[in-house]
Write a new protein. Structure first.
Length: 346
């Protein structure tokens, strides 16, 4: 099934069930008003939502309405925990090479997870607001899993049983603020603003055969200022699958329902697939020519992140955000972004 949260003036919004083709929706308030309620009592409430979802897809709900992603908050507007992963080793290796670091630093031994802010997730169409372009504004297009309760010490296979929902995410990063925070030896805070998520969260069964072994075997498209800069395969090069990420997080503690774990930017070794964050493009330019050429985002820029199923239909809806000054009311005209080779040849 597919679930979303509509704005209603509250912090947690109103839970809605969304049709498979993302055209229709129906309020779930006869079952639950908030997604966290469902996650807390999944065994009892999710079957009722599935019945509502089936009826919606068959056109049997008299009070269904047209689904509008612009009315969406994040599917889970706030959570007990957000953990940012880096599951794509080619991304980490590329960054290290560009910084002149040698060795693999044991990147393939254990997943890298960092605690992030979870009190204020952003909706798919909410602008990213920043105080200055000089902060080095960058998008990071990836996936995220929402868990049920997960016990301490689970195996990766057991952890996969705790996956309740999957989403897309844009994990904004302020690159020019990162260095000073990293130099202090602590986690990122100011350099990691509020994360945005796709309009809908979906149960893994909605992906069909594309959900296999804790990986999503589909491509993730990233558009920057209307140009395709990334069409990266999310499955084959994911160094640590979702179950491994969850199990690593639960190694020394249990996880409670509503924990959100991100994969980090989807990355491929084949540069012709493009990129899911500007930092990766700049790293390639540094390795190729000694210095980066691509600038970070400017006020008025846009980013769109979307994943389509094997039937060509959007699975999660699109994250579609403007970059705005903290004090601006309307975005300015966007400048064209660089594009990857396959797109330039079209």
């Amino acid at each position: 099934m597919k679930l979303a949260t509509y704005k209603d003036g509250s912090r947690d919004g109103q839970l809605v069930v969304v049709s498979r083709d993302l055209s229709q929706a129906h309020y779930a308030n006869g079952i639950a008003s908030r997604l966290q309620q469902v996650l807390d009592d999944w065994g009892f409430l999710s079957p009722q939502l599935e019945e509502l979802y089936t009826s919606l897809n068959h056109g049997k709900l008299r009070h269904a309405f047209n689904f509008d992603p612009k009315q969406c908050m994040a599917p889970l507007p706030r959570a007990g925990q957000w953990l940012r992963g880096s599951a794509y080793l080619s991304h980490l290796q590329l960054q290290r090479q560009a910084r002149g670091e040698t060795g693999d630093a044991g990147l393939d031994l254990d997943p890298l997870l960092v605690q992030g802010a979870s009190d204020d997730f952003r909706g798919p169409c909410e602008p990213g607001r920043f105080a200055s372009e000089a902060m080095g504004i960058d998008f990071e297009a990836g996936l995220a899993a929402v868990t049920g309760d997960v016990e301490q010490g689970v195996t990766p296979a057991q952890a996969l049983e705790g996956v309740r929902l999957l989403m897309l995410c844009n994990d904004w990063s302020l690159r020019q603020l990162q260095a000073s925070e990293q130099a202090k030896g602590q986690g990122a805070l100011q350099s990691r603003p509020a994360v945005a998520f796709s309009p809908v969260a979906v149960t893994p069964d909605e992906l069909g055969a594309a959900w296999s072994g804790g990986r999503v075997d589909l491509s993730l498209q990233t558009m920057w200022n209307g140009r395709k800069v990334g069409q990266c395969d999310a499955g084959p090069e994911m160094g640590f699958h979702v179950g491994q990420l969850i199990a690593h997080a639960a190694k020394t503690r249990r996880l409670r329902a509503g924990c959100v774990i991100g994969t980090g930017p989807v990355s491929n070794k084949d540069a012709s697939r493009g990129y899911s964050c500007i930092a990766e493009k700049r790293a390639l330019e540094t390795l190729d020519g000694g210095a980066p050429k691509t600038a970070y985002m400017k006020f008025g820029d846009t980013v769109r992140i979307e994943m389509k199923g094997r039937d060509g239909l959007s699975l999660f809806g699109a994250i579609d955000q403007d970059v705005m000054s903290l004090h601006d009311e309307e975005p300015v005209d966007a400048a064209p972004a660089t594009t990857f080779a396959a797109d330039a040849a079209e």
